[in-house]
Design a protein around this ligand. Structure first.
Ligand SMILES: [Zn+2]
Length: 298
């Protein structure tokens, strides 16, 4: 598969990275503050971008402020490099950052912008992961006032969030949150880790790669710096668990394309109502398939 895109676009006349240098400098300063106070929602002057808020403008501003001509960018949406949102964002970066290489291979990328997933392949110290965030504040479900939420964050008072999780346990015998699982960073601030599935939450813990989260509409940047403690909020007697993808016989379901039994799966239902499963991370799935076919040829 061709992993490098050619765009038939002339020089569009934008400054490198679309944003002006002052805007980029401000975003970078906020990134440094976010790294210095892990999990703290740093306010920043989110710029108008030539796309609707809610389409990844927060992540895009982080990416454009960080990217240099020698970077290699990967953009994914729900694990796929080919979805409309991912393609649009990637083309926009290519248009405004001439010389930047793009890739679908996780290991080749220096900068990865993602919505709803962390790549299946383990990230390294040489990589930065940018996550697009719709709702940056985990406390928003229990407290409508931002001023009060700020005090609660400052005092690390997450008791109401724990009550909310406890209500889940009482009603359903387990915590039913599938996405946006509240996660405590470095023992203090609880973040909304963006709509990644529970499966991805443990990978924030002691991640070698810097993880940056950007909310454009809400004008917030926060970070999980490399090798930082990231713990999902739990109770002593109810452990956090990730999706286990088992069939009715208790067997782990395999991906229908590559046969992987260790990846996060998407459920697909065809017209006849038949349910199948496939890796959510399309680059990972393709690589598994390539490995299998290479092994068969050998
Ligand atoms: Zn697969």
């Amino acid at each position: 598969m061709n992993t490098h895109y050619e765009l038939p676009l002339e020089d569009a006349g934008y400054s490198f990275g679309f944003l002006d240098e002052y805007a980029k400098k401000e975003v970078r300063r906020c990134i440094l503050k976010a790294i210095a106070i892990p999990g703290y929602q740093t306010p920043y002057a989110s710029r108008e971008m030539p796309m609707g808020r809610g389409f990844g403008t927060g992540g895009l501003q982080l990416t454009l402020s960080l990217i240099g001509a020698d970077d290699t960018l990967k953009v994914i949406d729900q694990g796929s490099d080919d979805s409309v949102n991912a393609v649009n964002l990637r083309q926009f970066v290519q248009l405004t950052c001439p010389g930047v290489a793009v890739t679908e291979k996780t290991q080749e990328a220096t900068l990865i912008q993602s919505r709803h997933r962390i790549p299946e392949k383990a990230l390294t110290e040489q990589q930065i992961l940018v996550l697009q965030v719709p709702y940056p504040d985990a406390l928003v479900v229990v407290e409508p006032s931002e001023a009060r939420r700020k005090v609660m964050h400052g005092e690390a008072d997450y008791s109401r969030l724990l009550v909310k999780l406890y209500e889940d346990v009482v009603r359903f015998d387990e915590i039913t949150l599938s996405h946006r699982y509240p996660t405590r960073i470095n023992g203090h601030y609880v973040i909304d880790p963006s709509p990644i599935p529970r499966w991805d939450v443990p990978r924030l813990h002691q991640s070698p790669a810097l993880v940056l989260l950007g909310a454009g509409r809400e004008k917030k940047i926060y970070a999980v710096p490399p090798y930082t403690v990231a713990e999902p909020l739990v109770f002593d007697d109810i452990a956090f668990r990730v999706e286990d993808f088992r069939d009715t016989h208790g067997r782990r379901i395999a991906c229908r394309c590559c046969g992987s039994t260790v990846s996060f799966l998407d459920e697909l239902i065809d017209d006849a109502g038949k349910v199948t499963h496939q890796c959510s991370d399309s680059a990972y799935c393709e690589e598994q398939q390539e490995t299998i076919s290479a092994r068969k040829q050998a």
